[in-house]
Write a protein that binds this ligand. Structure first.
Ligand SMILES: Cc1cc2nc3c(=O)[nH]c(=O)nc-3n(C[C@H](O)[C@H](O)[C@H](O)COP(=O)(O)OP(=O)(O)OC[C@H]3O[C@@H](n4cnc5c(N)ncnc54)[C@H](O)[C@@H]3O)c2cc1C
Length: 389
C-alpha cells in the first residue's frame, strides 16, 4: 500500500476541515486533506445552498470574534475569486423581550461591542410587515453584519485556495482509522496510509467513528423551503425579508430567510427533535407526516402568508455536544491531534474562523480571542458518559 507523508493531515473537508486545510496551506505547512466524498457534496452537514450568518451570536458572546474572522477571511477570498461568500442582508432576532433570540443577541452584542438596532413592535412591523398580526409584544434586534453564507460554495473555495497554496487534496477517500503512533499519526484509507506529525480531525457527524471518546451526538435535521402565497411573493423577497430567528409567543422558534429567486423561502424549526442518528445509516427520505407536520404548523402560525406545505426538503445532520458549543482544540492535550466538531446546528458561519483557530493550534501560534469555551477537554468524564449514553 502507498505511504504518503506530510506535516499535517486534515481528515474531513466540510466546513471546518476545508478551512483548516486552507489556513494551514497559506502558512506554507506541508498539508494533506482527505474527504470520503467529493468536495462540496450534499451528504454531511455543509449543503443546502445557504446558512444564516450572524456576528452577535446568542449562543455565546465569544463567538463574535470567530464570526468576524470568518467574515474577514471570506471577504478576502471573495475578492480573490470574484464570488460572494457572505451576503450581509442583516439578521433579525425576533420575539418577546425575554425570548432567547432577543435577550441572547442583545447580551452577545453588548459583550462584544456590536452595534445592533433595537426595534420596538411598531418599528418591527412597519419595517418588516411579515411579523405583524399575532403578538404585539414581539420586538426585533437587527444585527447589521448578519446575513447569509453559502456552504457548498464556501467549502469549494476554501479547498481551491488550499490547493493553490500547495495542499494535496484527496476526495473520494474514506479514512478507516486515525492511529496515534510514536511521534505522530497514521491515517489509514483503503488505498494509502498517510503518515504525519499530527492530524486535524474534522469529520462532522462521523467524528465519533474515528475518535470514539468524543462527546458528540449526530442528529438528522432536514432543510425545508416554502413558497409565499400568490399575492405575497414580493414581501418575501430576500431584500425585504432578511435572515431571521423568530421565537413565537408560544415558545416555538423558527429560522430562515427570504427568497432570492422569487420563490424559495427557507424556514426551519429551532427544535431539532430528540432522535440521534448513525451518519452511515441516515434516513435520507422525507416523511410528510413525521418530518413536516410540526414545522408546517409553526410556519402557518408565524407567517400566514406562506403556504405551509414545503416545496422542497433535503436531509442534513447536525452534531450536538453536551453544551451545544463546538469542540476546537487538542483532545486530552495530545500534541498529535486537533479536533473540530460538535457544530450543534450553528457552526457554518464560523467555519473560516474555526479553520484559522485549528491552523494556529496545529502550528503552535496563539489563538485569537479566549477560546476556553471551545476546549474539547472541558467536559468531565461523567458528563461525557451521561451525554453519549
Ligand atoms: C438544518 C441545518 C441548519 C443549519 N443552519 C445553520 C445556520 O443557519 N448557520 C450556521 O452557521 N450553521 C448552521 N448549521 C450548522 C452547519 O451546517 C454546520 O455547523 C457545519 O456544516 C458543520 O461542518 P463540519 O465541517 O463539522 O461537518 P461537515 O461539513 O459535514 O464535514 C465533515 C466532513 O468529513 C467527511 N468525513 C467524514 N468521515 C470521513 C472519513 N471517515 N474519511 C474521510 N472524510 C470523512 C465528510 O464527508 C464531510 O465532508 C445548520 C445545520 C443544519 C443541519
Amino acid at each position: 500500500m502507498q505511504t504518503i507523508t506530510s506535516d499535517v493531515v486534515v481528515v474531513g473537508l466540510g466546513g471546518f476541515g476545508s478551512a483548516a486545510l486552507w489556513r494551514l496551506a497559506e502558512r506554507g505547512v506541508d498539508v494533506v486533506g482527505i474527504d470520503r466524498f467529493d468536495i462540496g457534496h450534499n451528504l454531511g452537514s455543509s449543503h443546502g445552498v445557504t446558512r444564516l450568518f450572524r456576528v452577535a451570536c446568542m449562543e455565546h458572546p465569544g463567538l463574535a470574534a470567530v464570526a468576524r474572522t470568518s467574515l474577514e477571511l471570506w471577504t478576502e477570498l471573495g475578492e480573490r475569486y470574484g464570488e460572494t461568500y457572505v451576503e450581509q442582508t442583516g439578521c433579525l432576532s425576533v420575539g418577546r423581550p425575554d425570548s432567547r433570540p432577543v435577550r441572547g443577541t442583545i447580551a452577545a452584542a453588548a459583550a462584544a461591542g456590536i452595534e445592533v438596532a433595537h426595534l420596538t413592535h411598531a418599528e418591527l412591523v412597519e419595517r418588516y410587515p411579515q411579523y405583524a398580526g399575532h403578538d404585539d409584544e414581539t420586538v426585533g434586534v437587527l444585527d447589521p453584519e448578519g446575513g447569509l453564507c453559502f456552504p457548498e460554495r464556501n467549502v469549494t473555495a476554501q479547498v481551491r485556495a488550499a490547493a493553490e497554496a500547495g495542499a494535496q487534496v484527496y476526495p473520494g477517500t474514506r479514512v478507516t482509522s486515525v492511529e496515534l503512533v510514536d511521534g505522530g499519526v497514521r491515517v489509514v484509507t483503503p488505498t494509502a496510509v498517510f503518515e504525519a506529525g499530527q492530524a486535524v480531525v474534522a469529520a462532522g457527524a462521523w467524528n465519533r467513528k474515528l475518535l470514539p471518546g468524543l462527546p458528540l451526538r449526530p442528529r438528522r435535521t432536514p432543510l425545508y423551503w416554502f413558497a409565499p402565497k400568490a399575492d405575497a411573493t414580493a414581501s418575501f423577497d430576500l431584500s425585504r425579508f432578511p435572515s431571521f430567528i423568530y421565537e413565537l409567543a408560544d415558545g416555538r422558534s423558527v429560522w430562515g430567510h427570504g427568497s432570492d429567486d422569487g420563490f424559495h423561502i427557507k424556514i426551519g424549526l429551532g427544535d431539532h427533535g430528540t432522535d440521534d442518528t448513525d451518519p452511515d445509516e441516515l434516513d435520507r427520505y422525507i416523511h410528510p407526516r413525521t418530518d413536516v407536520e410540526r414545522l408546517a404548523d409553526a410556519v402557518a402560525t408565524a407567517f400566514p402568508q406562506v403556504d405551509p406545505v414545503p416545496v422542497k426538503a433535503i436531509p442534513c445532520m447536525i452534531t450536538n455536544s453536551p453544551d451545544e458549543q463546538f469542540l476546537v482544540g487538542r483532545p486530552e492535550g495530545d500534541p498529535r491531534l486537533v479536533v473540530a466538531g460538535g457544530d450543534s446546528g450553528h457552526g457554518f458561519k464560523h467555519a473560516a474562523g474555526v479553520g484559522e483557530l485549528l491552523a494556529r493550534i496545529a502550528v503552535g501560534e496563539r489563538p485569537y480571542g479566549d477560546i476556553g469555551f471551545l476546549d474539547p477537554t472541558r467536559f468531565t468524564a461523567q458528563a461525557t458518559r451521561d451525554f453519549v449514553g
